[in-house]
Ligand binder design. Structure first.
Ligand code: PGA
Length: 246
């Protein structure tokens, strides 16, 4: 039985004081029957690791470098994240793939760098609206996933995959549970071809998840939780989504 996982992706939001009350609001919503992670911008990790120390809400980051260390101005390595108590890192979010021209290979290398430091990568995949309308969803997902399975080889079972249709992110247009389940089933089948542990891997759905639609999405057989953007910025909404992960 896979334990559900709910991950908040704060994106480029937050202020130190407001973060503290958001985190306190989340902690006050416990107990949760699922694993909960908060992925915050880099400068806030130090504050948050202190608040979350010993708590059952884990800390994550939103990106890491594919490099171990060196002359890479502006980059943050996976070992730095590990030192700041991050147990998870989002890699290959569609906003980064688009804004920073991250290739499938770079995303896979970031995943590898994270795993090398014991940080669990949450690897995002997803098609654009144009790709879906052109009937390319399966081909796009297959291509994105195969770069990761190729690079991580037998370690693939240590990652979390998040299916985030680009057209559903921040738009209020959630994929229907059937649409999301169909892609999740495809992902799991493809993972089963490369690892005997595919049935234990957690596959998250992301894209306009709210307290209203979370329960139906999370009750699909291959959806093991969510990657939550906008709705993770309000404690009551995020707590309600975490409760839907029971
Ligand atoms: P959203 O974002 O929940 O605001 O749609 C999800 C994400 O981008 O991770």
């Amino acid at each position: 039985m896979r334990r559900k996982l709910v991950v908040g992706n704060w994106k480029m939001h937050g202020k130190r004081e407001a973060n503290t009350s958001l985190i306190e609001g989340i902690l006050n919503g416990r107990p949760f029957a699922c694993d909960v992670v908060v992925c915050a911008p880099f400068p806030f990790l130090g504050d948050l690791v202190a608040i979350l120390e010993g708590q059952d809400v884990a800390l994550g980051a939103q990106d890491c470098s594919a490099h171990e260390q060196g002359a890479h101005t502006g980059e943050v390595s996976a070992s730095m994240l590990a030192e700041f108590g991050c147990r998870y890192v989002i890699v290959g979010h569609s906003e980064r793939r688009a804004d920073h021209h991250e290739s499938h290979k770079i995303v896979a290398d970031k995943g590898k760098a994270a795993l090398a430091e014991g940080v669990t990568p949450i690897v995002c995949v997803g098609e654009t609206l144009a790709q879906r309308e052109a009937g390319q969803t399966e081909a796009v997902i297959t291509c994105q996933l195969s770069a990761v399975t190729h690079t991580l080889a037998q370690h693939i079972d240590r990652v979390v995959i998040a299916y985030e249709p680009v057209w559903a992110i921040g738009t209020g247009k959630t994929a229907t549970p059937a649409q999301a389940q169909a892609v999740h089933a495809l992902l799991r089948a493809q993972l089963a071809a490369v690892t005997p542990h595919a049935s234990e891997m957690r596959l998250l759905y992301g894209g306009s998840v709210t307290a209203d639609n979370a329960r139906t999405l999370f009750s699909q057989p291959d959806i093991d939780g969510g990657l939550i953007g906008g709705a993770s910025l309000k404690a009551s909404e995020f707590v309600a989504i975490c409760k839907a992960g029971a």
